[in-house]
Ligand binder design. Structure first.
Ligand SMILES: C[S@@+](CC[C@H](N)C(=O)[O-])C[C@H]1O[C@@H](n2cnc3c(N)ncnc32)[C@H](O)[C@@H]1O
Length: 275
């Protein structure tokens, strides 16, 4: 699987997911089926009722993350926030409210259908301090040192060039800026059959970094104060659900993968200049 093949397939599949939401159906792309369900173990029940109550129904239906980064990130009034792979916009809209009118929340996504959905959700939510940008997380269309907080929800795993994503995140953060990302990570080894499945790459599992890889790529990019906390560990039944539909031996692989794949919150900081 080349990085370009991955990007083309991911764009196509998430474009279809956005159109399903527009047609009124739920969507769950994290998992082997990238299907129409809303109850997959990775994406379901990530937000509180208080959070979803203030959002358009389509923003909630389009939620395809694996965590709730704005609930865990340190966000201050006036901050500039950037969401890598913003999808239907749920975390951008939540962040925009948190940083208030003196702050701004950007969403960045490469899929036109997702951008259209996110902009429509922004309009319905009446949020003015947000902007959705078209582009790739490997080449962020923002200037150096222009962002206080980078968030992301289940997107770094989808990139075929994570080193570049983290280097770009570092570049656009201001000194002292925070990286506060939810993603799928892996503890230990995952079978080659899983790693080489395009279905499971699109489903946020095959491209997931191990905890150690994530730490070392963040450190290589220049980040410090790196921490990774599991937020949801996918056990056997969960693994069976997300492996199904990938055309593999689900029962056997779920036994190997269960307990090793997890949703996690990854935090790090760009060093601040010495006082
Ligand atoms: C799993 S969905 C998550 C969407 C959103 N963060 C959420 O929590 O609902 C992945 C999103 O990332 C976008 N995406 C994937 N790879 C990308 C890349 N390399 N550059 C920009 N966007 C990307 C897809 O278009 C899709 O909207």
């Amino acid at each position: 699987m080349s990085a370009e093949d991955i990007k083309t397939t991911v764009r196509e599949r998430y474009g279809q997911a956005a159109l399903r939401v527009v047609s009124g159906a739920g969507s769950s792309c994290c998992g082997g089926s990238c299907g129409t369900g809303t109850d997959d173990p990775i994406t379901s029940n990530l937000y509180s009722a208080a959070e979803t109550a203030v959002l358009p129904a389509e923003a909630v239906l389009a939620s395809l993350g694996c965590g709730n980064p704005t609930a865990l990130a340190e966000l201050h009034e006036g901050d500039v926030v950037l969401d890598l792979g913003s999808g239907g916009g749920i975390d951008v809209l939540l962040s925009a409210r948190r940083v208030g009118p003196t702050g701004k929340a950007y969403g960045l996504d490469m899929t036109d259908e997702m951008l259209a959905l996110a902009r429509e959700n922004q309009r319905k939510a009446g949020v003015e301090n947000a902007e959705f940008l078209r582009g790739e997380i490997e080449a962020i269309p923002l200037p150096d040192a222009s962002v206080d907080v980078i968030i992301s929800n289940c997107v770094v795993n989808l990139s075929g060039d994570k080193r570049k994503v983290l280097a770009e995140a570092f570049r656009v953060l201001k000194p002292g800026g925070r990286f506060a990302v939810s993603d799928v990570v892996v503890r230990g080894e995952v079978p080659a059959a899983v790693r080489s499945s395009m279905e499971l790459w699109v489903g946020c599992v095959a491209g997931a970094l191990t905890e150690d890889e994530f730490r070392s790529l963040l450190a290589e990019a220049g980040f410090e104060q790196i921490g990774i906390e599991p937020t949801r560990i996918y056990e056997f039944e969960d693994a069976r659900a997300f492996l199904s539909g990938a055309g593999l031996d689900t029962e056997v692989l779920a036994r190997e993968v269960g307990g090793r794949v997890m949703g996690a919150f990854i935090r790090a900081r760009k060093p601040a200049p010495a006082a």
